[in-house]
Design a binder for this molecule. Structure first.
Ligand SMILES: Nc1ncnc2c1ncn2[C@@H]1O[C@H](COP(=O)(O)OP(=O)(O)OP(=O)(O)O)[C@@H](O)[C@H]1O
Ligand SMILES: [Mg+2]
Length: 344
């Protein structure tokens, strides 16, 4: 029996009469992005942030009659919302104790997966385009710079050299921009690491840059499994996300760095046994409407001094390590999520 329940795609929870979690199957852990070890014994209010639903569950025990709701939007905290069909059945135990069996079938999984496929495909298409373009620009740029240098040597009038200097320094600026757009030209140098290592590095760097009014909170899962990844690339990716968050919250804001692990989680089209997840959460104004469609396209920026390369570069670094960056945003809460597979 237990084997069957463990392998169901439907999330199953057993609650006791005080609505404390007694059991949750692996599908349930995935749904709640929580591990059974940490949550068994806790009241259900710690998992579901929905007073109405909690009340409905209490009613099931009180009236000893089942409760069903279709397309219920579950608020699991931290902007984590899922749509489920939920059924709660009263459990009458022999000894007289009462409890609840809660069954939840997720409805938006296919939506999430097709969206992630979209993000991955968009990333690949952009990378190809940008690489081609940057390559075409770099070659003539080198010629231009060389010619300006030759010209500079021939010039004896200092005032005119000012112009060749502009050509050279602008060519250099463009060159470094192109290099950034081309991204790393080395394969990832993967090592075994805890995601907390790059995350802590980034936190310290950004905290030093920030006004003291901005707080960076940590909500780390101490038992997070190690991953195989390129330290430098993860630092770069996380740095871009945390800097964006810092720019979004303005002078007085709050950023939360949260880590969790999830079992049997699908990234794009590949299902992984274990996935590590980092959420960079900020309480800024949210992603504006006109940015939403093109967030990960290069050169798309909502800031006057932005280059619009932060997110596409971060996405590409995470992709190189087998992962994906997802996001969700509403005014007051924006979450960028880095998903990375744990390869045994
Ligand atoms: N946490 C966030 N909250 C609100 N808007 C965001 C957030 N992160 C990104 N954005 C929006 O997405 C845009 C693109 O971000 P991206 O990091 O790619 O470029 P940038 O920050 O503008 O420039 P760069 O990172 O190259 O300096 C930003 O300009 C901003 O409008
Ligand atoms: Mg940025």
């Amino acid at each position: 029996m237990e084997r069957i329940i463990e392998n169901l795609h439907t999330a199953v929870m057993v609650l006791d009469e005080g609505l404390r979690l007694r059991y949750i199957n692996p599908a349930g852990e995935i749904l709640f992005a929580a591990s059974a070890q940490r949550f068994v014994g806790l009241p259900i209010q710690e998992l579901i942030f929905d007073d109405e639903l909690v009340e409905a569950l209490a009613q099931v025990i009180e009236t000893n009659s089942p409760f069903t709701e279709r397309e219920l939007v579950l608020n699991l905290g931290f902007d984590h919302r899922v749509t489920v069909d939920l059924t709660a059945l009263p459990l009458q135990e022999d000894g007289g104790g009462a409890g609840l069996l809660v069954e939840m079938k997720q409805q938006d999984r296919h939506l999430r997966i097709s969206r992630e496929e979209g993000l991955l495909a968009q990333g690949n298409a952009t990378r190809a385009l940008v690489r081609g373009l940057a390559h075409e620009i770099k070659n003539p740029l080198g010629g231009l710079r060389g010619a300006a240098q030759l010209l500079e040597r021939e010039l004896h009038n200092e005032e005119l050299k000012e112009y060749t200097n502009i050509i050279i320094s602008e060519a250099d600026r463009l060159q470094s921009l192109m290099n950034q757009m081309l991204g790393p030209n080395t394969l990832p140098r993967q090592q075994v690491l805890s995601i907390h290592e790059p995350l802590e590095r980034v936190r310290q760097v950004v905290a030093a840059e920030l006004s003291e009014k901005i707080r960076i909170k940590r909500d780390y899962d101490p038992s997070i499994p190690e991953i195989h990844a390129d330290m430098g690339q993860l630092i770069q990716a996380l740095m871009n996300l945390v800097r964006n968050a810092a720019q979004a919250v303005g002078e007085e804001g709050e950023i939360t760095l949260r880590t969790r692990s999830m079992r049997r989680y699908t990234i794009g089209t590949v299902q992984h046994k274990l996935v590590v997840r980092v959420d960079v959460i900020d309480n800024g104004p949210g992603i504006s409407e006109e940015m939403r469609e093109s967030l990960f396209l290069p050169m798309i920026t909502g800031r006057a001094e932005g280059t619009g390369l932060g997110l596409p570069i971060a996405q590409s670094m995470v992709n190189l390590n087998g992962g994906l960056i997802e996001w969700e945003s509403q005014p007051g809460k924006t979450v960028f999520t880095v998903l990375l597979p744990v390869v045994a």
